[in-house]
Design a protein around this ligand. Structure first.
Ligand SMILES: [Zn+2]
Length: 230
């Protein structure tokens, strides 16, 4: 009687190949971006935004510098979070008209399947001594409300300026926040009309500190959200 030999080695090879394929799929899942953050540097191109206390500094330039640093810091803190920008320099992709301008920013977040939209602006007031940061979120947006809370904690820990509070857009309507279907925040980093605060907002050292604080707040909120998921 002939004994059929079990093809042990070929079966083992098949199992090893399957294990390798499964491993590759697992790794791909691990490095797939979990969250997409769309950062929107306020103003740009035809729209300079507010003019600084020195008369020569424009909001659009500082929002670009700070936004870019926030994006870099987010990726540094958690490379699995994908970061997009509505603009990367002063060449804007939208027409020189305010409604199309704002609508394009909203559309860019949707097109990129963003999970969170963060619009960066600077404040300006008649009182040259006014200072501080504040945020605008939708009333029914707990994610952005949590980001605002974390930003305040982070900026407080580095001793930057003062929190002027979080307002909901039911009191202060803002198209880029209200018309988003995803969590969205407009953050005013500080007063460009205050000479001292403007100097801080222009300083690359302060920009890095502020950007790191905001990025840490976003990353912490994303991580907290993920840990809440079943
Ligand atoms: Zn602005």
């Amino acid at each position: 009687m002939k004994i059929k030999k079990t093809p042990f080695i070929p079966i083992l090879i098949v199992w090893i190949i399957l294990a390798i394929i499964a491993g590759i799929f697992f790794l791909q899942k691990q490095i797939e971006p979990k969250t997409i953050v769309m950062i929107d540097p306020g103003h740009g191109g035809y729209d300079s935004g507010a003019t600084g206390a020195d008369g020569t500094t424009y909001e659009k330039d500082l929002t670009m510098e700070i936004s870019y640093k926030i994006g870099q810091q987010i990726q540094h803190l958690d490379p699995s979070i994908k970061v997009g920008f509505t603009r990367l320099n002063d060449q804007v992709s939208w027409p020189s008209e305010v409604v199309s301008d704002l609508q394009t920013r909203i559309d860019l977040a949707n097109k990129n399947n963003a999970d969170f939209f963060l619009s960066i602006h600077l404040n300006s007031g008649m009182n040259p001594n006014a200072y501080g940061y504040n945020s605008f979120v939708r009333e029914n947006d707990p994610f952005s409300q949590e980001v605002a809370l974390h930003i305040s904690e982070q900026l407080d820990s580095i001793g930057y300026s003062q929190d002027r509070g979080t307002q909901t857009t039911s009191n202060a309507p803002l198209m880029v926040v209200d018309q988003q279907t995803i969590p969205a925040m407009l953050f005013e980093v500080g007063f460009i009309s205050n000479m001292n605060e403007m100097e801080q907002l222009k300083s690359p050292i302060y920009q890095n500190k502020i950007a790191h604080a905001i990025a840490q707040a976003v990353v912490d909120t994303v991580h907290a959200q993920i840990s809440k998921q079943p």
